[in-house]
Design a protein around this ligand. Structure first.
Ligand SMILES: [Zn+2]
Length: 656
């Protein structure tokens, strides 16, 4: 799910500029602040609803009227008992709604409706594995919570009735087990509304019935497992815009868009992008998971996107939000986070889907730029990616942590494993039989990642999912001239002490630039203070850690020169007509460079002055000398010329 007024503004501004998406690197992850957090206090971190039953089926038959706003509901639920001798169960339903009766077969069941729960006495006890089928009749005007769990809204003086239940709002408008862990195997949604309106929901439209009383009933059937918060409705005077996703030579799937009529023409170019995105993401994650049904968008009254299964509710239509909600169909809908603590498995993946869209549409530079922005968001994340306090909707949907840092984790994993292993991990995860169409926690993803990668990644998930913050590297280096054209660069990395973990262990690339080009080394940085030595056959000039920006980090000290003094071999040597003597000063110095002959007689003074620290060179052009061996020497004193800091000499051959 995503939301922000800001993005709509950006979208409008960029729409009139030349290139919309190329310059648009913002994620859609920002979330609004109008959360009625009080509404969620009753939900505890480990809320499990009724653990004695597993829901297998929901049928919502809702009569929705507008002006006056009202909801009459008839919801059938089938659950399987998980225990023996079960005599009573409960479902979650807001006490703002009135329950008229609970029916099983042709029996009315005893019930009470307290504290947003309907407690039901079963007609007879049931045993483990038995089905419990009942219908709850209820009515009222749902009171929305969260992001707008059930809204009687309007657009252009026409009704627009919609829901956005995530995370806790389903029970504001229908009885259910209000937890993401218990997915129904399938669901139906029958929506009765006034003539002229179109009612949209999950799955396939199996029929539209004219009730000849000024209403129609739209019958939607969803044949895939579904989490309660992904069950949706959207009712308005929609205009339809349909196309097809052709996913093989002979097969195609409908792509349906239900759009406010006044917006349809202007949105068509954006909606058309859905087809290529379905192709892209099917290639990256595996075939679209609800291929037997549909994908589509239903416009709704919130400036947001919500990944309702097979039919995302949309209030904005820019590229990244389309990519984000579509990616959720795999990660969020097909694989649902088992609890809200693990929401990054939904939102981090969906945000990473935006990055993949950028990469595959506009190139690697666009991807890198997108990641750069997510990195800077991630640095603001407070607490771990794993949400510690799921009573706080703000924490669950923190754009810095669940969205940006979740996305950063996937980018870092890609850096560790390399592209081909990374995408293999993603596809295997999406296809894993114990995960696909079910639920997952971090450890499920970690297991798949380790199996495919073939190596332990515990350090990685511990640090980045359960740990906090990110590494801050203080780096420096020294270079030693270890022989003729032999150098040793020693790169020292000191991490700031962090709360948890105290320091980060990460595989890391270090790029060393030498006179003849760049060399990239791989190291594993797993100590608070660690020095890595690199032997080189060309003079090192500079170094950069993590040159491809795969690690969320701060670096201090890069691009500063080695702190030691070096006199290099002159070049070329032998020489004619001239040669260059290069040297490096560890600190500002008063420098003398002299040339001598074989007898020790001074021939020339090339340098005699104060110089800054760093790299320097002096050119020697012999005049009137004969061929032979000569010497050059450096003498570096402190700028006051009192203490000698460094002295060394070298031998060179002048050939006429
Ligand atoms: Zn999302």
């Amino acid at each position: 799910m995503v939301k922000s007024i800001l993005y709509l503004l950006i979208f409008i501004i960029l729409s009139v500029s030349v290139s919309l998406s190329q310059t648009y690197y913002s994620s859609v992850a920002e979330i609004e602040r109008d959360i009625q957090a009080e509404q969620f206090k009753r939900l505890k971190t480990d809320y499990k609803s009724d653990t004695n039953v597993n829901v297998t089926y929901y049928k919502l038959y809702l009569n929705v009227t507008y002006n006056p706003d009202y909801l009459n509901g008839e919801v059938s639920i089938i659950s399987k008992s998980r225990v023996n001798n079960l005599s009573g169960i409960f479902y979650d339903l807001s006490n703002n709604l009135t329950i008229d009766s609970v029916i099983s077969g042709n029996q009315r069941l005893m019930f009470s409706h307290l504290m947003d729960r309907v407690n039901i006495s079963l007609a007879s006890t049931v045993n483990s594995g038995d089905d419990i089928t009942l219908i709850i009749y209820y009515r009222g005007v749902p009171v929305p919570t969260g992001f707008g769990s059930f809204i009687f809204g309007s657009h252009n003086n026409e009704p627009s009735i919609w829901n956005l239940s995530e995370p806790f709002g389903s029970s504001d408008w229908f009885p259910c087990k209000n937890v993401p862990s218990d997915k129904a195997d399938s669901s139906d949604m029958w929506l009765r509304c006034a003539d002229g309106l179109t009612a949209v929901s999950n799955g396939t439209l199996t029929g539209v019935e004219n009730n000849s009383d000024g209403t129609h009933t739209f019958k939607w059937h969803n044949s895939y497992p579904i989490a309660n918060y992904l069950i949706s409705l959207a009712i308005s005077n929609y205009a339809q815009y349909n196309s097809f996703f052709r996913y093989s030579l002979n097969d195609s799937m409908p792509v349906v868009n239900y759009i406010y009529p006044e917006n349809l023409e202007s949105l068509k170019p954006q909606l058309d992008k859905t087809i290529s995105m379905l192709g892209l993401f099917s290639a990256k994650y595996g075939l679209y998971p609800f291929i037997n049904e549909k994908y589509g968008h239903a416009e709704f009254g919130r400036n947001a996107g919500m990944e309702h299964q097979t039919i995302s509710s949309m209030g904005a239509f820019f590229d990244n939000i389309l990519a984000h909600e579509l990616t959720h169909q795999w990660f969020g809908d097909m694989i649902t986070c088992r609890n809200w603590e693990n929401i990054w498995l939904n939102e981090g993946f969906a945000t990473y889907g935006e990055a993949l869209y950028q990469e595959n549409t506009f190139g690697r530079t666009a991807y890198d730029e997108f990641i750069k922005f997510r990195f800077s968001d991630s640095k603001r994340a407070i607490g771990s990616v794993y949400v510690q306090d799921v009573n706080s909707v703000e924490q669950i949907f923190s754009s810095d942590r669940s969205y940006a840092k979740g996305c950063s984790v996937l980018h870092m994993l890609r850096g560790i494993t390399g592209d081909s292993v990374f995408f293999s991990i993603i596809r295997k995860y999406a296809a894993y039989t114990s995960i696909a169409y079910k639920t997952a926690v971090t450890e499920d993803f970690q297991n798949v990642a380790e199996n495919v990668y073939g190596s332990d990644l515990n350090y990685f998930f511990n640090e980045w999912i359960y740990g906090e913050n990110y590494p801050k590297y203080n780096v420096s280096w020294e270079v030693a001239n270890t022989g003729t054209s032999q150098y040793r660069a020693s790169v020292k990395i000191l991490q700031d002490v962090n709360s948890n973990p105290s320091f980060f262990s990460m595989p890391m690339k270090i790029k060393i630039t030498t006179l003849v080009g760049d060399t990239v080394f791989s190291v594993f940085n797993n100590m608070q203070l660690q020095t890595f030595d690199f032997d080189l056959s060309s003079r090192p000039l500079n170094f950069k850690i993590d040159p491809y920006n795969f690690i969320l980090k701060d670096v201090r000290g890069e691009n500063i020169l080695p702190v030691n003094f070096i006199l290099y071999q002159n070049y070329p040597n032998p020489f004619n007509p001239s040669t260059t003597i290069s040297y490096q000063l560890g600190r500002p110095s008063f420098v003398k460079i002299r040339i001598y002959d074989l007898l020790g007689k001074e021939i020339s003074v090339l340098v005699n002055q104060k110089q800054r620290e760093g790299d320097h060179r002096a050119d020697f052009i012999p005049a009137g000398l004969s061929s032979g061996i000569y010497f050059y020497s450096i003498e570096a004193k402190d700028p006051e010329e009192t203490n000698l800091l460094f002295s060394k000499s070298g031998k060179m051959l002048y050939v006429k």
